[in-house]
Write a protein that binds this ligand. Sequence first.
Ligand code: XMP
Length: 520
Amino acid sequence: MNQNLVKDKIVIIDFGSQVTKLIARRVREYSVFTEILTLKDLKKNNVFKNAKGIILSGGPSTVTKNLFPKIPKEVFDLNIPILGICYGLQLIAKHFKGKVKPNTKKREFGRAILFKSKNSLLTKGFFNKSKCAVWMSHQDSVYKIPNGFLKIASTNESAMTIIENRKKNIYGIQFHPEVTHTENGNIIFKNFIFDICKAKKQWKLESEKTRIINEIKNTVKKAKVICALSGGVDSSVVALLIHKAIGKNLKCIMVDTGLMRKDEFKSTYQIFTNKYKLNVKIIDASKIYFRKLKNIIDPEKKRKIIGNLFIKIFETEAKTFKDVKFLAQGTLYPDIIESRSATGSKTSKIKSHHNVGGLPKKMNLKLIEPLKELFKDEVRELGDAIGLVKNISRKHPFPGPGLAIRIVGSITPKKVKILQEADYIFIQQLIKNNLYDKIWQAYAALLPVKTVGVMGDSRTYEYICLIRAIVSEDGMTADYFSFPKTFLDEISSKIINGVKGINRVVYDITSKPPSTIELE
Ligand code: XMP
């Protein structure tokens, strides 16, 4: 039996907040399965089957207008506990005849101090002596308490920051317990899922592993599967899982674009063929990539060229395999959430991310996406559970277009070589200093500017190397990592002394937003 159908879950209804995914993660950290649904999904049958609780997320809309996104009113009568966060709270207040209005004088944004008024099951163990620092991001506030509700806590700016209707098991909070800036935010989730919803801990990666492998076996049967292997965490876990399920019927293709990190392509190939005995075909396409990218400066053009070329090469190669019916992809849960809109509005495209999305339609293949319910850190853990070597399961994310989007301006094999060397030194130093695992993503980039330097008694005129290291939870937002000065000194001198072609090293100290993680 598919365990997916029987395990307790918490349903999160997404109203478009940037941090909805974090709600799902917080709940899963307590080993309870979560599913994020859009309003459109609610029209399907049985969406609340096995739901022990419902969380209404935040979002950019306002209930103070005539039209606003809402859940069908029957959801409030399902007898399933509900927790509304930010917009979710305002929706609850509106539904139960409370009053909400925009605070025209001041938005409450950032840190706020919350004061306790009453005890509640939701806040057991949450306050430190009746106070707590929480993270707010709202303009609208509930100013008249809805019928049947009690006030549990408030801040100076908003009176109804936490409200509850104990009898109906409906709770609302104005702040965001899912972000780490809220002190003890996880306790709110713990109380909600266990004390209020009585959900059981049934989400374990160990049992997921068996479920996923069995599901692959049942879906694929005796057919053949192809998979693009890059050596990143996602494609490596996908390849290993499928190999465990169907053995030699999996064929992996590795396309060498010439834009990978130093030695990475070779070492990935060796690990997968020698250690795991996978069937891997390697294609050296670096010459075509360099030819097509010659003199291309525009980042979007680079991305399109790389993406389209990848699809063409992969498609040609795949045709040489007989009886292939499936294409395996490392789609993750956040990819699925991000590719659909919560409320029907379109967000503006910042960058076109390279993936092999065009392939299945073109090639008439069915998709298998074994990781589509998992977050990145869950994939890493799953990798560990199936014996993936740690230096792959702990690897930082690496973008599909590779070093092409880390060399600002035109790309040449010489620049790639210079960058590979600098990047290698940087990453090795991070590992040596036990910093690699503390950082979400780190890399070196090459800026298309030459500046003057002096080495020995000679003048130099070389490129600038930019180093970037960020901490993040999901890549959507990021802060730069604070290195000790000694580490920065060491990196600068090792790169300049070790790499011919670079005479200046700069550290990128921008967060995301306003900048992005990659340079292009
Ligand atoms: P940005 O630069 O958009 O990056 O802040 C966020 C995360 O996405 C990665 N990234 C990509 N990954 N194909 C990928 O597979 C791409 O085209 C791509 N562009 C950016 C980036 O490395 C970071 O982890």
